[in-house]
Design a protein around this ligand. Structure first.
Ligand code: UDP
Length: 374
């Protein structure tokens, strides 16, 4: 199969590209970065176009025409960005994605659109002020693709522009399907995590997700910060499990994925952010920390306004109902929370050692020693 993978060199895209090549598909990756797929460059079957898809006339239609299936992974998907630059988030996640959808619809190509579990928004427990009989019942936070209502926060909490943009895009794909028989599949990822998820805080001017903040504090020293107490919960899904599901959606056996939306996530890996911090710290202390490395970080509380600025509101809890993926794809996640974190953390620790050696740690140590002398 000829696959056009837009945004195919990001976190999910890099793992998916590797799998597609392994299965002997030919993959055209369009992305403006290539470092996450650098080890794949030169492999037979891979073509890379380094391109910002926001530029005009870069050849979208020709590349869509040439493909059997189009995968759209183009997104700004980090909450810090929704707060910092909501308009750019809207432009990329809606306007640019819509151009891709229109090209696929016009040229009659199947589109696999990455959306987000953020489209579900908030749980009833987060705004019914104690009026639920059993607010902690997972049933209130277990979201199904085709039945659950999508609940966004107020406009001034502009973090929701991301979820709203993705939601509108999904609605438009659905309408294309209805009125023009357009063939799409939508994927709603639930907190995928694994090697290459984000750069560590010290290595980027971007705004990473929570794993990178915590990993950075563990490797470099510093603090692990819990936003608003770290009580919000997420279901972390190891990237290998996710890729298995996505690959089955690409294969589309008996066309079971036509015009379908899929939750992809690990319902059994639910954890609060506070527990995530404690677990990562324990794993690091027991398996990775060595004499001479920066001291283990303390875990502290910060307010969301101090951490993200005005306009942030969190999604409190989200558990995927994966009945559809189980029944149509025969897929179920296999990685538990501890193995997921160990594999992901190991990658960062190993990479850090490979790229920076003990030099940086020695440098940190030296700085500390100098400071203690004064
Ligand atoms: N968060 C935190 N400390 C950090 C970064 C994030 O407590 O250093 C919280 C954030 O408020 C949210 C959760 O961690 O409740 C997950 O945030 P992330 O940025 O990973 O993305 P999300 O799952 O919200 O898309």
């Amino acid at each position: 199969m000829k696959v056009l993978s837009l945004g195919g060199a990001g976190f999910i895209g890099s793992h998916l590209t590797e799998r597609l090549l392994h299965e002997n598909h030919s993959v055209m990756v369009v992305d403006y970065y290539d470092d996450k797929i650098s080890e794949l460059i030169g492999q037979p079957g891979l073509t890379l176009l380094k391109q910002d898809i926001r530029e005009d006339n870069w050849g979208l239609e020709e590349h869509v025409k040439d493909a059997d299936v189009v995968i759209d992974l183009i997104a700004y998907a980090n909450p810090g960005l929704y707060v910092k630059m909501p308009l750019e988030v809207f432009e990329l996640n809606f306007t640019e994605n819509l151009k891709i959808a229109k090209a696929c619809q016009m040229l009659n190509k199947r589109l696999i659109q990455f959306s987000t579990c953020e489209v579900y928004g908030k749980t009833p427990a987060s705004f019914l002020n104690g009026n639920l009989v059993n607010p902690d019942d997972p049933a209130h936070a277990t979201f199904s693709e085709d039945h659950t209502n999508l609940i966004m926060g107020p406009i001034e909490k502009h973090r929701w522009i991301y979820a709203s943009a993705k939601q509108l895009l999904e609605r438009i794909l659905h309408a294309y399907g209805l009125e023009q028989d357009f063939n799409y599949s939508i994927i709603r990822p639930f907190n995928f995590i694994g090697p290459k998820i984000d750069y560590l805080l010290n290595e980027t001017d971007g705004i990473p997700r929570v794993f990178s903040y915590f990993m950075d504090a563990l490797i470099h020293g510093g603090q692990m910060k819990l936003v608003d107490g770290g009580n919000h919960r997420r279901c972390y899904t190891y990237i290998d499990d996710a890729i298995e599901a996505i690959y089955r959606i690409v294969q589309n056996p008996n066309r079971v994925c036509d015009q379908e939306i899929f939750n992809i996530g690990s319902p059994h890996n639910e954890t609060s952010i506070k527990d995530l911090a404690v677990l990562m710290k324990d794993i690091y202390a027991n398996d990775m920390w060595q004499e001479g490395m920066p001291e283990l970080p303390e875990i502290i509380d910060v307010s969301s306004e101090d951490f993200y600025g005005k306009g942030y509101e969190d999604s409190d809890r989200r558990i995927p109902d994966i009945t559809k993926a189980k029944s149509l794809l025969g897929w179920e996640p296999e990685w538990d929370m501890v193995s997921t974190l160990k594999a992901t953390m190991n990658y960062y620790v190993t990479e850090y050692r490979l790229h920076y050696g003990m030099r940086s740690w020695k440098h940190d140590l030296l700085k500390k020693a100098m400071a203690s002398k004064h």
